[in-house]
Design a protein around this ligand. Sequence first.
Ligand code: NAP
Length: 252
Amino acid sequence: MNEPGLANKVIIITGASRGIGAAIAHACANAGAKVVLASRKQEDLDATAATFAPGQALALACHTGKPQEVDALFARAVEHFGRVDGLVSNAATNPYFGPLVDTPDAAMEKTFEVNVRGYLYGARAMVKHARARGGAASIVNVASVAGLRAAPMQGFYGMTKAAVISMTQTLATELGSSGIRVNAICPGLVETKFASTLINTPTLRDYVVKRSPLGRHAQPEEIAGAAVYLLSEASSFTTGTSLVVDGGFTIG
Ligand SMILES: NC(=O)c1ccc[n+]([C@@H]2O[C@H](COP(=O)([O-])OP(=O)(O)OC[C@H]3O[C@@H](n4cnc5c(N)ncnc54)[C@H](OP(=O)(O)O)[C@@H]3O)[C@@H](O)[C@H]2O)c1
């Protein structure tokens, strides 16, 4: 088996101030990586960075829907750590909860900006940097089971996650010959701020849990191993895939 760790790698994780992104960042650091934590609020990032060993994490504010900010994130990461080996695009939003046909235009625009354009801006910056240093890279896109199945009350969000899965497949196809692998993770229900409405509404939570063979929702740490695997050389022959981490929900 190839090296399952991330020693000497530098990984950027978006949406890393809390939830799944913070858990992925900790798992990457535990596997030996230096990590760049990105999200919009510097204060929250600084608090999360303080939970890492000194020098292991760099906290950089970035709105991932703004291309200039994403490019600046990569430039500052390279300036600080010398290189970037991997990107976890994880920052996403879902401002509207309700029937798909009633989705306000502003919610559509916001969701598309962060969940689709933001992921592509990140991939674009990663590819530009990898090409400039003439080397390989691994991109991991955090999608969702909502991109694989109907997503009642979260329809537009689900559409953006289906777009991320499509983006992952196309980027993997176009970039494989450059040594850049691109994969997605599709989490099921995970206990975070993002999912608090679902988790705290018994009918919605039960809908998921009753269809899951493992009979529960996940903690953020349970998603992180998949990201470390896809970033590491242990997954050297894996590209374009969507790894479902959902307690079996999608087979239920
Ligand atoms: N929780 C679940 O059940 C679940 C299930 C499937 C998939 N997912 C996916 O998992 C990923 C992480 O979700 P989570 O549950 O961990 O959410 P979370 O705990 O609410 O964390 C979201 C993170 O994204 C950041 N963020 C939001 N908008 C941003 C923007 N425009 N630019 C940069 N950063 C931004 C937030 O920080 P700031 O607000 O400071 O920017 C925060 O760090 C998302 O892609 C989500 O779709 C979650």
